[in-house]
Design a protein around this ligand. Structure first.
Ligand SMILES: Nc1ncnc2c1ncn2[C@@H]1O[C@H](COP(=O)(O)OP(=O)(O)O)[C@@H](O)[C@H]1O
Ligand SMILES: [Mg+2]
Length: 353
């Protein structure tokens, strides 16, 4: 998919505007705090009705505004608008109201690559689950629905586990376990179906950055990625003691390794960065293979911490429409190509040159 135009109002520090993009490379250049990430966030928001860096989307509304509105026009005459104020969110896709977010996510096809992606490799397991979930979510609306349901089930089951010691209604275990097993396995099946391809593409991109045998292994307490009664019986004492659901898709992890060694223990920062970039490129490639269209790549200062060799490799690997945000232009001057567009941003105001 190609983003033709975006129109935004009341979004972060951005001065209300309408911007047209080139189908190829778009550079977004501005100082720190100018609003580069905010502009990428507005685009992402138009594609997913949620932010990549904010759980509470009300903080996206400009400090002095009552509401925000983002409208995107894409190739093949597709368009969408997201409206948000203190009380409601309204989503419209191709002229129709969309009540369920799972019917909206991914319509535009966007992959965000950020300097903070290193935390997917380096940080807590939740970062890796978030990455995996979003990669699959953009491909499969059913997965989003299962995730939403699963979270609800875990919350309810946790509440039940916490109340156990007081009233001891253990017969309810069967009901809660069955729900967890059914919904948890929907998630496992999807993850298991997508992982081999993700792994393979990830390793291929890694090789481009000279990462030898870059690999990810799924880590879970559920053998063969399956939740069942035996697993739950085994962890029951722990669950009762902690008042928490301790197994299932919400507790799993991905273990990254390089040439057979765990990255968390042995990798250098450069290797961690190259691996995190390979992850996002793999996400984009998965989207392409599933949907037959390249996602829009949003790059947020990704090259800032890369040496020139890695940066050039990265620029070579980018396919499709690219929005490249940085404090300065990469050299040699890629913007001189006629199909590219240069956008300067200063205190939230975008100037196209
Ligand atoms: N809801 C908001 N309303 C107005 N300004 C905001 C809002 N949220 C963030 N900002 C401002 O946006 C600026 C940061 O923009 P950002 O896009 O992160 O800059 P950068 O160009 O460095 O990526 C900060 O000055 C911050 O105060
Ligand atoms: Mg930024």
């Amino acid at each position: 998919m190609v983003l033709k135009r975006i129109i935004y109002q009341g979004f972060r520090n951005l001065v209300d505007a309408e911007i047209e993009f080139s189908d190829d490379f778009n550079y977004i250049i501005g100082d720190n705090g100018a609003g580069k990430t905010n502009l990428l966030e507005a685009i992402y928001y138009a594609g997913n009705a949620s932010s990549f860096r904010e759980k509470e989307d009300r903080s996206l509304i400009r400090f002095d505004a009552e509401f925000l509105r983002v409208e995107a026009e894409a190739g093949c005459d597709r368009n969408a608008a997201v409206f948000l104020d203190a009380t409601k969110k309204k989503i419209v896709l191709d002229g129709n109201n969309v009540p369920r977010i799972s019917d909206f996510i991914g319509w535009l096809g966007v992959t965000i690559m950020s300097i903070d992606d290193i935390w997917i490799v380096r940080g807590a397991p939740a970062k890796r689950r978030y990455f995996l979930d979003w990669t699959i979510a953009k491909i499969s609306p059913a997965y989003v629905a299962a995730l939403v349901e699963y979270r609800k089930i875990v919350r309810q089951r946790n509440r039940f586990l916490q109340s156990l010691s007081e009233n001891g209604s253990r017969k309810l275990f069967e009901v809660f376990d069955e729900q967890l097993i059914n919904c948890g396995n929907k998630i496992y099946q999807k993850r298991a179906a997508k992982l081999p391809e993700l792994k393979q593409i990830f390793a291929e991109f890694g090789a481009n950055f000279d990462l030898k045998k870059l690999n990810m292994e799924y880590q879970t307490e559920c053998p063969d990625m399956e939740l069942n009664e035996q697993v739950l019986k085994r962890v029951r004492p722990r669950e009762i003691a902690r008042g928490q659901t301790v197994v299932g898709p919400h507790r799993d992890d991905l273990l990254f390794s390089l040439d057979g060694r765990s990255m968390q223990h042995y990798a250098s920062e450069g290797e961690e960065r190259a691996a995190s970039i390979s992850l996002k490129l793999a996400e984009a490639e998965m989207l392409y293979r599933t949907k037959g269209e390249r996602p829009i790549l949003l790059l947020d200062e990704v090259s800032a911490e890369l040496d020139t060799t890695k940066r050039d490799i990265l620029l070579d690997l980018l396919r499709g429409q690219v929005l490249y945000a940085s404090t300065r232009m990469p050299e040699p001057d890629h913007a001189s190509d006629g199909r590219n567009r240069l956008l300067h941003i200063e205190r939230g105001k975008v100037e196209v040159s």
